[in-house]
Design a protein around this ligand. Structure first.
Ligand code: MG
Length: 392
């Protein structure tokens, strides 16, 4: 699966009472523009491969200023159309060159999208053509006439409030949007409604009650409170250590990078000792055991496995606890191969596994002055530390 995120930020936000001021997606909540919140979350999510944002043609400068810290990780912004539906179609068309297998369409006005909801939508797309985040209706629903008189109570069983992201098979939703545009269908209130009209099977997964859509001035007041809440994080630090023996071979895997070498490392998996140490460091910070407990070396399932799976699992455990990885640091102990030429590629590989920026990843190497088993070239050792921020 290659998944793109399409963030729709082309609205004018007149309903939020923002006339004459910056549109709501560029309005600050706790000192940060609304758009930045959801972008941060999508950028950090390991299941999202690329991100395009649809913006209003008048907002080019505002947008550039908002995303300046990480603009290199976003596609060129797409200029939106007169309606949300047109803007989404333009965004999808801009993504065709990248040909993702799936796309998650998300409204920038929902800043508090959480990684778990994104994961649930992605997981659902393994078996359904469309999957949307939604919350079951818990309030009793009344129908009232124009004068405010109740005329009935609506059964709430089976009713859900649709949120975003709404995920789809890319080609299917692009076709559906094109068909809707060609036939002049323009009254859909979300992409799922358009997909349903086109005959796609769309399912719901749990969203989050915090995944608020900012529409009114009151919503901004709520958003200020919500943004304040998760700022209390507690740092947890873990360490890891691992050793693998050199045997006859022609390459090694280190930090997820294949390096040609005149020996290989012996192991049940790909024997990537730095990634094993890193996995243990993250698990250690969480207090959730060690790599051998989660991926027993005698389990044939992990024979020849890429060690990035172990790291990704550990990173997933951090997100499942509502936390994030602040930084990791790895030291590789060996005489050979030389690590320096591969450092940047290693940082990029680990950044992708953990869903964090390369500036948060340290890769260092040292020889042991030809002393001990590493010095004699009998094996390679690796140490790692990880600092994880968990909700206090
Ligand atoms: Mg190991």
């Amino acid at each position: 699966m290659t998944a793109a995120a399409l963030i729709v930020a082309a609205g004018r936000g007149s309903r939020a009472g923002c006339e004459g001021r910056a549109p709501k997606q560029y309005t600050n909540v706790r000192g940060m523009p609304v758009l930045r919140y959801s972008l941060d979350t999508f950028l950090a999510h390991p299941g999202i491969d690329r991100i395009a944002v649809v913006i209003h043609p008048n907002d080019v400068a505002l947008y550039a200023e908002t995303v300046a810290p990480f603009s290199d990780r976003l596609m060129t912004p797409v200029l939106g159309g007169a309606t949300r539906q047109e803007s989404v179609l333009l965004g999808l068309q801009a993504l065709t060159a990248a040909s993702p297998s799936h796309v998650l369409i998300h409204d920038a006005a929902r800043p508090f999208i959480d990684p778990e909801t994104i994961s649930r939508v992605l997981d659902g797309l393994e078996h359904d053509a469309g999957v949307i985040a939604a919350e079951p209706v818990t309030d009793t629903l009344k129908r009232a006439d124009g004068g405010g008189m109740i005329t009935g109570t609506v059964q709430r069983e089976g009713l859900w409030r649709a949120q975003t992201p709404q995920g789809f098979h890319f080609e299917a939703i692009l076709d559906a949007h094109r068909k809707a545009a060609e036939t002049g269908q323009s009254t859909f209130t979300d992409d799922a409604a358009l997909a349903e009209w086109a005959g796609l099977k769309v399912s719901v997964v749990r969203g989050s009650s915090l995944n608020l859509k900012i529409t009114s001035a009151e919503d901004f007041a709520i958003a200020e409170k919500l943004a304040a809440a998760p700022s209390v994080f507690e740092p947890r630090t873990g360490t890891g250590f691992d050793v693998h023996r050199f045997i006859a071979g022609d390459h090694v895997w280190l930090c997820g990078i294949r390096i040609d070498h005149d020996a290989t490392l012996e192991g049940h998996s790909d024997a990537d000792a730095p990634l094993h140490a890193l996995t243990d460091a993250i698990l250690g910070a969480l207090g959730e055991g060690d790599i051998g407990q989660h991926f027993p070396p005698n389990d044939p399932k992990w024979k020849g496995a890429r060690s990035r799976l172990f790291v990704e699992d550990a990173a997933h455990r951090v997100r499942a606890r509502g936390g994030r990885i602040s930084n990791v640091d790895i030291t590789i102990l060996c005489e050979r191969p030389k690590i320096g030429p591969h450092r940047a590629a290693m940082q990029r590989a680990i950044a992708e596994m953990l869903g964090i920026d390369t500036s948060r990843i340290g890769i260092k190497a040292t020889t042991t002055e030809q002393l001990g088993f590493t010095g004699r070239g009998e094996g390679l050792a690796a140490m790692a530390s990880a600092t994880v921020l968990l909700p206090a």
